[in-house]
Ligand binder design. Sequence first.
Ligand code: HPA
Length: 269
Amino acid sequence: MREVDQAVAFLRTRLPAAPELALVLGSGLGGLADQMEDTVIIPYREVPGFPLSTAPGHAGRFVAGRLGGKNVLCMQGRFHYYEGHDMAAIALPVRVFKALGCRALVLTNAAGGVNWDFNVGDFMLITDHINFMGANPLRGENDDTIGPRFCDMTHVYDPGLQQVALQAAAAQNLVLRKGVYLGYMGPSFETPAEIRAFRTLGADAVGMSTVPEAIAASHCGLPVLGLSLITNMAAGMAGKRLSGDEVIEIANARGVVFQQLVKGIVAAL
Ligand code: HPA
């Protein structure tokens, strides 16, 4: 049996209901899972073929349940390329979501602001991305039953889902910026010169996740909504050094508002 099918078969025995929506909760944003009702918790280590998540601020488990009136399957913690995981391992949960029948994938992350108009604590709707990770989850043999060898990337971040997100944010009087997310391999933060280069290339925010999952979702035909929380201004912009602790601190401080936003979006999806 394929890895995807094994994981799907296992999850079907544990899930309370077929999930409609899938959510990936980024650094410091895992608290959203606490807002869910009728939850069932499934640690990744129990799922066949799943690696362990080691990143700080990431719990490493699925939380299934109800959020905003929908059956949701949430990843509380994700797999990052910088942890040493293969791109294939990062793509696996996305393919599992698709096979379980999810109709959309909401990807959230903490990111550094590259656009000078942004501020720490801002929320950004990802309209497109730049893959600067030097790797692609679709490299290697293609499984034609999952998606095509050469995958179109014109509308990775679904325009219809973006509209829903903008309306849900407006309904809560929250400003939702729009921008291009640049995926950086990490785990070192960028240099100020890299940030200047990325701005010239058209990036508005930079982070170390999301891009591989979005590519895998595009490949298997799962519409994506991407949301970033700007936890810091990127290297060289704020006249101070960057730290992972600060990222988690800001993510926690803005966590409640971010959770309300995502909950509102999920309810409207
Ligand atoms: N760079 C890369 N990833 C990040 C950052 C950053 O400044 N902030 C949060 N994740």
